[in-house]
Design a protein around this ligand. Sequence first.
Ligand SMILES: C[S@@+](CC[C@H](N)C(=O)[O-])C[C@H]1O[C@@H](n2cnc3c(N)ncnc32)[C@H](O)[C@@H]1O
Length: 468
Amino acid sequence: MLLCAMASRTLIEQAKQARDWAFFNRVLSPNQGVKGLLQALEQLGKLPRDFDPDPLINLAQHPHEGVRCAAVKALSRLENPDLLTFLIERLELETATVVRRELVSAIGRLRTPEAIPALINALKDPDAKVALQAVRGLFVFRDLPEVHQALQTLTNHPNELVRDALHSTLQPAHSTTPPRAHLHSPDALKNLMVCGDALQVLRSVPDESIHLTFTSPPYYNARDYMLYPSYEAYLDLLTEVFREVHRVTKEGRFFVLNTSPVLVPRMSRQHSSKRYAIPFDIHPRIVQLGFEFIDDIIWVKPAPSAKNRNGGFYQHRKPLGYKANSVVEYVTVYRKATPKLIDWNMRQYPESIVEASRVQGKYEPTNLWAIAPAADPVHPAVFPLELASQVIQLYSYKGDLILDPFAGRGTVGSAALVLERYFFLIEKEPTYFEYAQQILAGGSLLQSEYRPRFMEYDKFLELVSEGV
Ligand SMILES: C[S@@+](CC[C@H](N)C(=O)[O-])C[C@H]1O[C@@H](n2cnc3c(N)ncnc32)[C@H](O)[C@@H]1O
């Protein structure tokens, strides 16, 4: 029988069923050669508790580090406490960092207090990923004083993943947040649009009122007139607005930002036009505010919708003169940083809301979203309803409060109403505010028990002074 055929998954499964340990002695024999061993180890799958670990113990000392790594991984799945001494001995001798990582993971998986000294020792490993495995292994013992003390020594670990893992490990096991507080948002803000400056308005919004923000900010000075004294001043203004967005966002919830580089046209033929990389320039500031970067979604539009930038190049074909027609915008997804996993956010909702909010039918599994752009007779820069609907469906639950601080004609509000969420919108320009009012007050969209309300900034201040 051919050796590679011997290692096929079907034969392995049959041998497991038959408790044919001799079969495993043959396929896991060091004589098989590295390729055959790696293939066999990969096919092993879940092993029965009474699996004879001897061939794997042998391979955990094989000269090839890939074989050692795969063998330790297989041993780890046995979760056999009798292997602890062997694993610790190997850890002391092992030089390959990938194998040390698997060894620490295997030791941690045993969940036995005898493993604690080896795991504490592994916290000092120069490879941050080994230290990370040790933190994970110690998680179940975090309430023991010696473990707590050892973990505390890593508070200033140079690697951010270790610091994050540590932070969540040292959190109290039970949340102090009252049940369902995460779902609550102020009634006064539900389906409200305010005509005013985003920064001023947001400053009066209570902490942690918002479940999701989706917005497309103004495009610097891409139009003819100068709205901002400089690009730096523009970025500073966005940063201040997003600082408020961070404050009003609930723990672990999302901030989704639609931006694209903008082209400020040249003044004359003697000057060149200038392209500003807004998504990339604003990104580090957003992370600095305490948002965690989650995803970069590319919104791709049909080619004919792009402004033609390569007319000249088409004629002369001289290298360096090429300029791409831009058919994409960026939809960057951030989460308010928290040591809690996203499952924690999901668990805050009762089953009925989770059921009602499930994303039904087809959805886009990649980060390339093909959506046609929208045109509007009144507002020059709206995003399509489909884009807002997609973001709201994917990043919020029914009954959540959705913010757009640069609301324009209120596309986010339209999508929120249809999807049975609430909107809270801010728009500075009275023309667009009034236009949004006509759209959002329209009966066909009105499915909510909170009638959409529209007010000037002064009225809003009165409202919040009464307490929201
Ligand atoms: C790109 S548009 C957003 C359009 C919106 N997504 C829609 O679909 O209608 C940006 C909007 O922000 C508004 N805006 C600019 N500066 C603002 C500020 N400081 N506060 C509130 N709104 C502002 C502009 O008037 C403009 O309507």
